[in-house]
Design a protein around this ligand. Sequence first.
Ligand code: NAX
Length: 327
Amino acid sequence: MKAPVRVAVTGAAGQISYSLLFRIAAGDMLGKDQPVILQMLEITPALGALQGVAMELDDCAFPLLAGMITTDDPNVAFKDADYALLVGARPRGPGMERKDLLEANAAIFSVQGKAINDHASRDIKVLVVGNPANTNALIAQRNAPDIDPRQFTAMMRLDHNRAMTQVAQKTGTSINDVTQMTIWGNHSSTQYPDLHTALINGEPAISKVDGTWYEETFIPEVQQRGAAIIKARGASSAASAANAAIFHIRDWALGTPEGDWVSMGVYSDGSYGIEEGLIYSFPCVCKDGDWQIVQGLEINEFSSSRMKATENELKEERNAVKSLLPA
Ligand code: NAX
């Protein structure tokens, strides 16, 4: 059996974590031969509920669960962490403007970025789930100057998975027939799900659907799927979000299948003309615990304008918290 790795999870008493923690402990994320120590962070008022979650984890008798820490101190939660899933965030309250929300989260993610910088493993892999995920990831990254910015990512995998299912259902194929899906940009309603890159059984997906469905149904449905889940369920996506987080880290750590790629919010190196330093969703291939942006995809005018629009939103978000970012 391998030596255990340390996985920090924030917002650990929340609804996403209630699904996520149990799957990590079951080996769904890092493999059935990889023991894990869960380092769970919550705000002080939620520590009681977190204790209940820890009791349930105990009661599962997971063979791979090598230890647990529950805490309200980020310095403890991120100590020697090999992976960090930043799920906890401040939700939008009544009367809260977008800028207030960005600032409230900037306060949380700057503290967590610093704690990661000071205490985590130098090889840590960070996934930000809590919204606004891309800008929260940017804030955490900018507060961790001693860690390579490539180690901070934002979750786009739920959007990616949603897009795969929508096109498989529309074309009467299976999810296993769909490859090379791409979501560009921000995890928000400006995201651009791009069918031009996707394949169905090796053939261009765009040739299997009509243009009107693509533009007027597929794109808005993927963009608005989160709101549709809230309307139907009376609560935001939880199990599917946890599943996406598992898939994101699994593929980053263990690699993407040959010939395929995934969408990840990653540090832009200027690829496809996207401003360097933004955390923007690109198609990525993962190998040996590292990711690379897929290069050389053909971008038509339709795609280009949508990629720019979602980039502009990310710039606006970054500018709204600029005063809180270290130089
Ligand atoms: P919940 O409100 O159920 O849980 C959040 C938990 O975070 C709470 O228990 C809260 O006490 C805790 N928390 C708040 N501030 C904290 C801090 N500073 N340190 C540690 N813990 C803290 O929300 P849940 O449904 O679990 O969603 C969590 C986040 O995921 C939200 O921001 C949500 O918007 C975001 N999502 C992101 C998705 C994505 O694709 N990137 C999809 C699903 C989800 O909407």
